[in-house]
Ligand binder design. Sequence first.
Ligand code: FAD
Length: 283
Amino acid sequence: MTAIRDLLDRGPTLSFEFFPPKTTEGRAKLRSTVDRLEKIDPDFVSVTYGAGGSTRETTRETVLDFCEHRTFPAMPHLTCVGHSLAEVHDLIDDYAANGVRNMLALAGDPPDDGSPAPGDFRYALELVEVLRDRSEMSVGVAAFPEVHPRSANRDADRRHLAEKLNASDFGITQFFFDPDHYFRMIEELDARGCTTPVIPGVAPVTNPDSIRRFAGINGSALDEELWARLEATDDIDERLEIAVDAAVRLIGRLIDGGAPGIHLYTLNQAAATVRICERIDIR
Ligand code: FAD
């Protein structure tokens, strides 16, 4: 399996994100989505991890199934908050033994009630350091162009982000709708001497209600004009076209501005991703 750091060295990458299915129906849906998206020949895909280990088994099964049966490299996400060091060692060793060469190292979210996070980890950088000590994997981390909601301020956010990226091979961002957020973050990282590639994450707004909810949690500003156009129609195909059009324009600006790739949040749906990829040329 190819390391993502090597793929990025060759030029802009195209990648897709999936979540591990919970039910038999969800597994069948993911299989048919991936059957369609595999034809686009993504450089890699990633599979999310439920905070605190709630999808530990299903994330692993999905990643290993992709490794065995698909043509693209698959990267598991791993959140460290709530895990002991011994659990994290076991997970890393197991993935490495199964040929996995990439990992997205995340903190995950602490408990909602404000109590201190259980386990041996607090920040994603600690997981990056364990991965560096314990494996040869290519290590990615999360970046928040509009600043992580728990950051004390913008300066502290960029300081911790630069430190984390300097210890890693690449970053992937939270979704956003105004490319200036991404370019401003890149400039701020550059000013700190951090030039690790950061791949922008793009979420086509196929489900405006759920993207609005996620945006509230992530601190991503909505494009109200886009939402107004989406909410003005009940026609599913027209909505899809509006969402695809907005994503294609955003991707065009990101690639023209020098982004090292595009990571598409598929939400396990094929339609928008297929149409977007028919209209972009990033490789
Ligand atoms: P960190 O980098 O640790 O940062 C968290 C906060 O702590 C930030 O405010 C940071 O500035 C601050 N901080 C960092 N270091 C220090 C320090 N030394 N002192 C003080 N403050 C510090 N969540 C999931 O549960 N599962 C997933 O699969 C998942 N995938 C994701 C994929 C992407 C591309 C992105 C962008 C996010 C994803 N998340 C996922 C969400 C992520 O886990 C949460 O946003 C989490 O709250 C922060 O994770 P992090 O890795 O950015 O944390």
